[in-house]
Design a binder for this molecule. Sequence first.
Ligand code: SF4
Length: 496
Amino acid sequence: MSKITDLSKSRYCRGIQCPKMLWLDAYKPEEAADVLSETVMANGNLVGDLARQYFGAYSLVEFTYNKAEMVAKTRALMDAGTENIAEAAFLTDGLYCAVDILHRNGDGWDIVEVKSSTHLTDIYIEDMAFQYYVLTSCGIQVRRVINLHINSAYVRHGELDLHGLFTAEDCTEQVKAKSDSVAANIASIREYVSVEEEPGRDIDLYCENPYECAYKGYCGRHLPEHSIFDLAGMQAKTCYKHYHNGIISFEDVLANAKQIKLSAKLRRQIESTLYNKPDEIDKAKIREFLDTLRYPVYHLDFETYQQPVPLFDGISPYQQIPFQYSLHIEQADGSLVHKEFLAKEGTDPRRALAEQLVKDIPKGVCSLAFNMSFEKTVIKRLAGTFPDLADALMDIHDNMHDLMVPFREQSYYSTAMQGSYSIKYVLPALYPDDPELDYHNLDGVHNGAEASSAFADMTEHTPEEIAEIRQNLLKYCGLDTYAMVKVLRKLKEAVE
Ligand code: SF4
């Protein structure tokens, strides 16, 4: 940190969440893990750029490393009668902020803060309160403070309607109510980071909210190998409550099982971990599940992506848009046929995908997904969008079975699943050290998030790069359904 008492709006917000973050930024930045995804940042930039046009024509204060230059340019634009200034810069007493849009309002100004999320949160109010404090300290007449965020109910039809895409929420009163506390917060953050000795600060819910802290690994380094935070499905709030009551290790949890009303599933997770128990298999329940399937079985998996700003008609911000599927068709004798679909980059993939899907999956057959609620939601939405295909699509929807069921119900339980029934835990537990099923061995795309961003960004690549990305996507999604085939085989072996 160049000067640890300097504060920007983002650092102020980090300091509000937990001042130790700023202390670690200054003294031990190497301890931070990378937690903010590139997709989240790219979405923020895209939305921010678009929102600048919300009030009409604007002038942009270009970023430079010279803050004084940006501040001077802002002043010049204000004095010249500019109506809207994007990235308007202000600096006072080591406090710096760039306002997303400074909008002229009579003889004063509106602060407009743009967010790519779909709703207002408390930390946004803190963020705007800091900006309000800096601008009023600079002698600016602030009339209103507005939060401009995405309206998830917007559906694109034709030209993009910025006033439909964004919701402008007037937060002036909430911000003013906070304004008295800003000076005190700044003073306390500055004092906190000025001490060279590392502050003792225990972990708590603020390590998760409003943003996951990058220093969780460092601040939680005292936790035992198996702690309350590893219990599958236990809410963070509950974990921290028990942690602060001294219930930290798995042994502590068992010793206090009655007090914390430990469920049978969590007890099983703990005991199988502590006592290294062998796999527990309920053959009757697995048989019951297998008896619901009819061959050939169509193993299906979709990949989807989201657009904060919808590019195609009939799409809402952040709607899941399917662009790819893999289908392994398994006969009763175990033989396999593989089919797949991957949309052309830069096009609306839905119609072509839906048409191909109903050709690849005949009516009345048994389809299988892992955690089928996701696949069913995608299919149902496609059926709503394309009424002429609805009958065939809903047939697939209605004949779908969920391969997750035996694991969710713990009919097949392995210690290595760590209490989870997600495929990420189930697959390596059933096939440990199998390179054929190891997603780490894939090139470029290793998980759903990477698949989404690879497809979303594809048009920005050269034809050679696109060919390679498409190959990576096909291999990734193909492995998803092949993994399902292998999981089903393991279930069958378990009951033989
Ligand atoms: S992990 Fe928690 S205690 Fe440590 S810096 Fe982050 S928020 Fe603060």
